[in-house]
Write a protein that binds this ligand. Structure first.
Ligand code: ATP
Ligand code: MG
Length: 389
């Protein structure tokens, strides 16, 4: 027996008061985008507490598609009957248990339509009795193998045993926007995904240093972002020609400082671009303690060049856990493709873990970087990465 409706739950989003309508509309939009190949195969109905997808024709991959939409707490694959008469419910319950695996069960009825003539306990008892009489299944109210949920609503009864976890977070783009510093590594794509999942619309900036870094890096970034269009259908990528600044930094920096100064320059340029694009914050894949530039002292010295908030979704994550996520979202294999990042090429032997503000200012005072920063911003390349199947 094939389910004929999917019940979509919003979760955390349902606490959002007057913004809720907007959130629900954005979630509905994400569902439409994810299922656009199948637009004639289902009918969407939005109600105040759930979204219902009434299935007209079977949709292959439906569960997988829904599990990748942010803002969805859970979804149930249900059988709906228009007439929730007790005999109809009993007949349906018998059919469901004929297809389930297990030995023990529990019935969990909810009477949402208060005009229904039986209260929840009565429904539970009636249905359980018919299962016990006609099948080998036994009741276990504490740890059942199968729970049969029955929801009696005004338009009929929804019956289900299968509730799947959604991606959580908020619908795409419903929370705000940010400028993400995207390297070709493992971390920043994962950070990008986590922000998208949380409802933040992400624009990316990458600092390229040709000819030290080759064009393979850009292909790599495009491949990574293609994977992420599943979560945000359109992504902008700005590429900054960073070579001149980088060469200058290495010429004038004292030992241990190039990475710190380089990161301060990246933050400065990213802030300028964010302002130009009207994006209210920056984001990075930094994780506290992971490398010398990510100690608390380093982050402090680097962060001090911007007034914008900097989101660091991976701030407390261990590398192994970051890798697990990157495997799940299929960016890992792309991230580990060999390439030369501007950081790796210029990395000093022993970068400072506790850089001093005064020393950064002293180094930066030796040369007027402002024209080079302007030049970077005047020569940005932009790419638009769009969802394609
Ligand atoms: P990742 O795996 O994402 O490369 P990482 O562990 O290599 O991170 P770093 O190289 O120190 O760490 O970079 C920290 C963060 O700085 C990255 O997650 C990214 O947000 C940003 N970043 C580093 N290099 C670049 C770059 N070339 N262009 C844009 N952002 C960068
Ligand atoms: Mg890196």
């Amino acid at each position: 027996m094939k389910y004929n409706v999917v019940i979509v739950r919003f979760g955390e989003m349902s606490t959002k008061g007057k913004n809720k309508k907007d959130f629900v509309a954005k979630l509905a939009r994400s569902i439409r985008i994810a299922l656009r190949e199948n637009e004639d195969d289902y009918k969407m109905v939005i109600r105040h507490d759930h979204i219902y997808l009434y299935i007209i024709n079977e949709i292959s991959n439906l569960e997988k598609c829904l599990a990748e939409i942010s803002g969805m707490y859970s979804f149930s694959l249900a059988y709906k009957i228009e007439d929730p008469d007790l005999d109809n419910l009993k007949e349906l319950a018998l059919k469901v248990f004929a297809e389930e695996n297990g030995k023990t069960f529990k019935i969990r009825a909810r009477r949402i339509d208060k005009s229904y003539p039986y209260i929840s306990d009565e429904i539970n008892r009636e249905i359980a009795t018919v299962i016990l009489k006609n099948t080998p299944w036994r009741v276990d109210v504490h740890e059942p193998d199968v729970i049969l949920d029955i929801e009696i609503r005004e338009d009929g009864a929804y019956v289900f045993t299968k509730t799947l976890k959604g991606m959580g977070g908020y619908p795409t783009g419903s929370i705000g926007r940010c400028l993400m510093m995207l390297s070709g590594g493992i971390d920043s794509p994962v950070a990008t995904y986590l922000l998208m999942r949380r409802g933040v619309e992400v624009t990316c900036i990458h600092f390229a240093a040709p000819p030290y870094t080759n064009s393979g890096v850009i292909d790599k970034l495009e491949d990574i972002l293609k994977k992420l269009t599943k979560y945000q259908p359109k992504i902008r990528l700005f590429i900054v020609p960073f070579t001149k600044i980088q060469e200058k930094i290495y010429e004038i920096s004292s030992e241990g400082y190039p990475i710190t100064i380089m990161r301060r320059m990246m933050y400065r340029i990213a802030s300028r671009l964010a302002e130009r694009l009207n994006l209210p914050c920056l984001a990075t894949g930094e994780s506290v303690g992971q490398v010398a530039s990510q100690t608390i002292d380093s982050l402090n010295v680097i962060n001090s060049v911007t007034n914008l908030p900097v989101l660091r979704p991976l701030c407390t994550y261990d590398k192994v856990d970051i890798i697990k996520i990157s495997e799940k979202i299929e960016t890992y294999e792309i991230s580990i493709r060999p390439y030369e990042d501007c950081c790796t090429i210029f990395a000093p032997v022993r970068p400072k873990t506790s850089p001093h503000f005064d020393e950064c200012l002293r180094i930066e005072d030796q040369f007027d970087f402002a024209p080079l920063i302007d030049e970077c911003l005047d020569n940005l390349e932009v790419k638009y990465i769009k969802f394609e199947n």
